[in-house]
Design a binder for this molecule. Sequence first.
Ligand SMILES: Cc1ncc(C[n+]2csc(CCOP(=O)(O)OP(=O)(O)O)c2C)c(N)n1
Ligand SMILES: [Mg+2]
Length: 413
Amino acid sequence: MGERTTATTAPYTVGTAPFRPGDEPVFAKGFTEQPGDLGMPDPIKATADDTMAHAKGLVRVLDDAGNASGEWDPQLDEDSLKLGLEYMLRLRVFDDRMIKMQRTGKLSFYMRSFGEEAVAIAQTMALETQDWLFPSYRQPGAQFVRGRDMVSMICHCIGNTEDNVRGRQMPVHYTWKEGRFISISSPVGTQFSQAVGVAMASAYKGLDEVCITWLGDGTSAQGDYHYGLNFASTFKAPVILNVVNNQWAISTHKNLATGGRTFAERGLAYDIPSFRVDGNDFLALYSVTKWARKRAAAGLGATHIEVYTYRAGAHSSSDDPSAYRPQNEHELWPGGDPIDRLKQHMEKIGIWDSNQHDALIQKIDDEVMTAYKKACEFGDLANGPYPPASTIFTEVYEEVPWHIQEQREELGK
Ligand SMILES: Cc1ncc(C[n+]2csc(CCOP(=O)(O)OP(=O)(O)O)c2C)c(N)n1
Ligand SMILES: [Mg+2]
């Protein structure tokens, strides 16, 4: 999987998608990399050089049959495994209901995390509650881990009177101060610079507060990604920098976002320990993130992680992937499904079964529907009530600039 994706001799070619609509996707049956292939370097003593094999290879804990092994096995107890599975199911069921709401005109826009549920959930579970989250739109699941109320999330997506950002953001561009979940920016990638800056401040103040941030394979072409890496490296910022390589940036394949090396390997040039991790393997993600946090908290700076996964759903409710990739590509992708893989493992060690699984899905679905109804009591998309027009002007500037004040007066709000 660490293969180069472009030719290195003339005639030069640029990367492209391996399969297009009408093609039958042919992937290997599973990953060639196996759990146990890569050891765990000491998080305190390791240098970037000690992670070269990890940046090229793939850190895994779960094999294709659901067995956990190797030095990276975090040995999570039964309650943590069940909690992790429940958070992932909550996100999937929530997403499924919300996309149906969008399709029936009850939300204006939506983005699912389908196939990537393990990412923010395992990684946030591996952190401490005082740590700061700088997500992209594909990590809403972190809020479930931090305990955000679902009604509040739906009120935001509707943009009603209880929306905590008063309709100033697009749906799914959550912000949640209490959970240290920083506002999602529509211009992709800006969160990298923000996370590194806050991490530098936290180190300067001597606080035990680590920052984590995520951006996508496509977004790693933005300058913010490289500024972030450079500052994190230079100032030894306590930050965990993730590139979620889900193979696609809307319709652009990841082969067109890098010259050929893995995304993880780029971190080595900045002298930052770098790992490529199986992003559908809950245990591997948890473990690598714990490693990175330990290192950051010890004052040793950043870790760079490529989360290797697959965007199983559409980019957003405005996208139709059948226009640019085979419809069944996600089913054949060798990394499998993160929820199925953790479930399979839990069944294998005798702490879970299909009946419990189905009952939990039903329970969560009832919870989502109850939350949706409750949220609509504060206004629905068709009829409101909505936040007052005056909120265009409030809660953004501490001191309102004169030209904004003038506009407000003109509007009479
Ligand atoms: C600066 C900027 N350029 C372009 C866009 C439009 N846009 C939004 S998401 C996206 C693709 C991002 O893909 P990737 O980084 O791989 O993240 P993924 O959606 O796969 O999680 C683009 C081009 C934007 N929001 N901001
Ligand atoms: Mg992507």
